[in-house]
Design a protein around this ligand. Structure first.
Ligand code: HEC
Length: 242
């Protein structure tokens, strides 16, 4: 659901999130996939939530943070200067008379984050310049890398494009690439420190340790193992051996 190409989730079918059951739309997902996604980094133990608030459900956490930012409800007074944010929300949502409780809400915050993300357009990078015909935009080493990236294994290449395809270098599919687990994991496996990836949603054995191919835009010049040094979300990497 919510996967009609080009609609960013806004296709009237609803958007399923980790807060709703598999195949069921989340009524609080927001209008776009971008907004739905913006609501989750703060609720993931391995990302921004940490392990000190395990008993609080996701929506409680989001609403608490909104109250803290807006300085109302039980979070009143936790931050010093609220007028900055209230003024920004009044202006952005064109509601000069509204108060923090009406404006600085979980739904408005995630909407604003999504609009900001949607305003980011990757137009200025050497790869794109090269594609558009500027043959000097890449140096020889990068060009050799690109050939490796695009050639299949049979042709002597590394076959990266079989998954990292298209303008954004992703087929948007799930694959188990046998990358080792780094970080805390999601509590899976005998050790409790593995992350079963796509299996956690589908419960299909073949989806164990499968993760969605990430975009590589702005990262296309790195060698594969550099990914481990540059990685920002270590929990997304899965353990396959041992
Ligand atoms: C079979 C499909 C597949 C192939 C082939 C493949 N990748 Fe990936 N790649 C993935 C998946 C899936 C992930 C995410 C793994 C995870 O989250 O644990 C990934 C992650 C990455 C990342 C980390 C990006 C990030 O945002 O964290 C980089 C960089 C990368 N791949 C580069 C390459 C390069 C270079 C090649 C060729 C040598 C390659 N990949 C071949 C599927 C593939």
């Amino acid at each position: 659901m919510g996967k009609t190409p080009g609609k960013n989730g806004n296709d009237g079918l609803g958007i399923r999130t980790p807060d709703s059951s598999y195949g069921i739309a989340d009524p609080k997902a927001g209008g776009t996939l971008t907004q739905a996604q913006a609501r989750f980094p703060i609720t993931s133990n391995e990302e921004m939530k940490g392990f000190n608030h395990l008993t609080k459900d996701n929506q409680t956490i989001r609403e608490y943070l909104a109250k803290r930012l807006g300085g109302y409800g039980e979070a009143q007074g936790e931050l010093n200067d609220h007028s900055f944010w209230l003024d920004k929300f009044k202006e952005a949502f064109r509601q000069p008379e509204a108060n923090a409780e009406q404006l600085i809400t979980e739904q408005n915050i995630s909407f604003a984050l999504a609009q900001y993300e949607l305003s980011q357009v990757f137009t200025n990078n050497p790869w794109l310049s090269y594609i558009k015909g500027d043959t000097t935009a890449l140096n020889d080493s990068a060009k050799r890398g690109a050939i490796l990236f695009y050639q299949s294994k049979d042709e002597g290449g590394a076959g990266c494009v079989s998954c990292h395809s298209g303008d954004f270098f992703t087929d948007e599919q799930f694959h188990n690439i046998a990358a080792p687990q780094l970080g805390h994991g999601k509590g899976d496996g005998a050790s409790g420190h593995e992350d079963y990836g796509r299996y956690r949603e589908t419960k299909q054995e073949s989806d164990k340790f499968a993760f969605r191919t990430p975009k590589l835009i702005k990262r296309c010049s790195y060698r594969p193992m550099d990914a481990f040094r540059r990685i920002r979300k270590p929990n997304r990497f899965s353990k396959t051996f041992g």
